[in-house]
Design a binder for this molecule. Structure first.
Ligand SMILES: [Fe+2]
Length: 263
């Protein structure tokens, strides 16, 4: 009950995998889902202060989709009246992605939202590298009014899926060393296409489920299996803590709907 007075609410969306034309895997309209997430947040009065999209904005090879992603992000901003902040994932193309607003001069950045500093990092190559970590270290040497949230694609925590176990951030230890003892209140990631929460060095690391397809945990030791399901998360920061709630965009039919008792 203590995380009810949110200082900051963020929609955490990940792994859009937008295509230039046609549906992803012949059936997934990823760009429509971006619009649907915004409409969901508006209709359900989630009252978010910003939207963070943690990478794989396009499906690899679909560089022509960036203008469409950009347009979709602008539409989200118009629907919700809040900024949309994006980072690159391993499917993204750093050169073509300069067509996105906020990426013209580079793929890192800082946005202040309600006193919280949102830092966008670029792990497109699966690592941050010394130069970016030095920049981050220097940035964090001055705390923000209400702390910092970091967004990047690759989680610094391992997945439980056997084939994804070694697909996290390559220089995770160096990254966590840099943010240890800073004002970072949460790290938001994607990439695994399944939700995951971890606490590393006392800092929450939330991996959002994917908007495009969900990778199930029972695919076996050598396979990945993507299922047509669209998820995102609602991240809330309060004076007392941080929480992340995965939300399914279009769940199955209800087995019951009734007035809650004992609320
Ligand atoms: Fe992805």
């Amino acid at each position: 009950m203590i995380v009810t007075s949110a200082q900051l609410r963020l929609l955490h969306v990940s792994d859009v995998h937008a295509t230039e034309s046609g549906a992803l895997y012949g059936e997934i309209d990823t760009l429509s889902r971006l619009a649907d997430v915004a409409e969901y947040a508006r209709a359900q009065e989630l009252n978010v202060d910003g939207v963070v999209i943690t990478g794989d904005l396009i499906q690899r090879g679909n560089q022509g989709a960036y203008p469409l992603v950009d347009e979709a992000c602008r539409n989200i901003e118009a629907t919700l009246g809040v900024p949309v902040m994006t980072v690159l994932g391993n499917h993204d193309d750093p050169e073509a992605a300069t067509k996105l607003r906020g990426h013209e001069a580079g793929h890192t950045g800082v946005t202040q939202v309600c006193g919280t500093r949102i830092v966008r990092l670029n792990s497109q190559t699966r690592e941050l590298g010394e130069e970016q970590l030095d920049w981050l270290s220097n940035l964090l040497s001055t705390p923000s009014e209400r702390g910092t949230v970091i967004a990047l694609h690759h989680p610094p925590a391992a997945s439980h899926m056997p084939v994804l176990r070694k697909q996290g951030l390559r220089d995770a230890r160096a990254f966590m060393r840099v943010i240890d003892g800073s004002d970072v209140r949460a790290v938001l990631t994607g990439h695994f296409h399944h939700s995951q929460s971890a606490v590393i060095r006392g800092i929450p690391v939330f991996t959002a489920p994917a908007l495009s397809y969900h990778q199930v945990m029972h695919a076996g030791p050598t396979h990945v299996s993507g299922h047509n399901a669209a998820w995102f998360s609602l991240v809330q920061l309060s004076p007392h803590g941080v929480q992340s709630t995965p939300i399914e965009l279009s769940p199955g039919a209800p087995v019951f709907t009734q007035v809650a008792t004992g609320a």
